[in-house]
Design a protein around this ligand. Structure first.
Ligand SMILES: [Zn+2]
Length: 281
């Protein structure tokens, strides 16, 4: 089931991802009947579709818009390493990939272990919930911060979150930052994998590459993150990112099924991995 041991440089990573991995884009406009504007069920405006010469008929509601039938796949061009500009301290670049929500998990595993060289986890610490309007009592927050990274590094766990700089994910990010500063953590020792929906990431255009070379690095400037939108910025303290693309934009939750499947794949497929869920909302 698993293959490891190949040593991938950025050229090999690019070759593997650009040939094996796909991303999605809407190919058929379907008016969202619940919307007062003529936005498509993919979350994009009509204009986006007409610019692509797609037929748009805002007069009719289309009942079913599904990634499988209403999007097309394209070879992945959005991958590489994110350099976070404007965060005030030197974090190392975070490898990332944009991939279709139905990507074969064997291929995802190859990216994680062969391309990114992540150590095989002995435990998953999956932190979910609380993206917005999240409040945690200061004492609990301190306890979480102090305990989380220590637990992860001492047990050989991966921390998995939604990866954005909001709510509980931001607190996890702060914990990683404080731990890294205090402990001089060796490369790869602390793994914090962010799994987010591609279409809700603020400033995601900075992560869009061209062709099959990837972006080493992709410069993600915090100043270009849009405030007051429904989008969410990436949290710069996470060490790796999987950005799940179901062909939608501005619609949350596109990563949930994928994340559950990946966590289960790792938990059941890798000997000795137990799963510890911590839910915050
Ligand atoms: Zn659409």
């Amino acid at each position: 089931m698993y293959s490891t041991g190949l040593d991938f440089g950025s050229g090999e990573i690019a070759k593997f991802i650009s040939s094996k991995i796909v991303q999605r884009e809407c190919k058929q406009y379907a008016r969202n009947g619940k919307s007062t504007s003529n936005v498509c069920k993919c979350g994009r405006e009509v204009q986006w579709h007409t610019d692509k010469s797609l037929e748009c008929n805002p007069d009719t509601d289309h009942d079913d818009w599904k990634p499988k039938t209403h999007t097309k796949t394209m070879n992945c061009d959005s991958f590489g390493e994110i350099f976070f500009r404007g965060v005030g301290h030197g974090t190392r670049n975070s490898p990332y990939v944009r991939l279709a929500s139905d990507t074969d998990l064997d291929d995802v595993w190859k990216i994680l272990t062969n391309s990114w060289h992540l150590p095989i986890p002995k435990l998953l610490i999956s932190v979910t919930g609380g993206a917005k309007y999240f409040e945690m009592k200061p004492r609990l927050k301190d306890m979480l911060k102090q305990g989380l990274c220590h637990a992860a590094t001492s047990t050989g766990a991966w921390i998995i979150t939604g990866g954005t700089g909001t709510g509980i994910m931001q607190i996890v990010g702060e914990a990683i930052h404080e731990y890294t500063m205090a402990h001089d953590v060796q490369d790869q020792k602390l793994v914090a994998l962010g799994i987010a929906t591609w279409g809700i990431i603020s400033n995601r255009s900075a992560l869009v590459g061209k062709g099959d070379k990837g972006l080493f690095p992709a410069t993600y400037a915090i100043k270009d993150v849009q405030a007051d939108t429904r989008e969410a910025p990436l949290d710069h303290n996470h060490t790796h990112f999987i950005l799940v693309d179901n062909g939608t934009e501005n619609i949350y939750g596109g990563e949930i099924e994928f994340r559950t499947a990946l966590e289960s794949y790792i938990s059941t497929g890798v000997t000795g991995v137990a799963q510890n869920q911590s839910k915050s909302d």
